[in-house]
Design a protein around this ligand. Structure first.
Ligand SMILES: [Zn+2]
Length: 95
């Protein structure tokens, strides 16, 4: 019968949908059951500072950078910008 075929199709679709949802939810379920939160992204960032006008700006760490290194010029007075600090920023991944 046509109706029975339709019914089977719906069932197959539902099962497929359920599997899809399960696959999508699996990482979330694993993160729920695991004791320590591991969905944290760590990123090296640094603060550059202009010694003459105290301009400060955070930026992404670039390989080879160190505290005291001159990295570009100040947008205010064109004096050399110096790396003031390098640290690790932690972001929790909720999305
Ligand atoms: Zn400056």
């Amino acid at each position: 019968m046509l109706f029975q075929q339709f019914d089977a199709l719906i069932m197959a679709l539902l099962i497929a949908l359920l599997l899809l949802v399960l696959t999508a939810l699996l990482p979330w379920l694993i993160s729920l059951t695991s004791s320590k939160p591991k969905a944290v992204r760590e990123e090296l960032v640094e603060v550059v500072r202009c010694p003459s006008c105290s301009y400060e700006s955070p930026r992404k760490y670039e390989k080879g950078d160190y505290v005291g290194k001159i990295v570009g010029t100040c947008p205010r007075d064109s004096k050399p910008l110096v790396v003031k600090a390098i640290y690790i920023e932690k972001y929790s991944q909720t999305t």
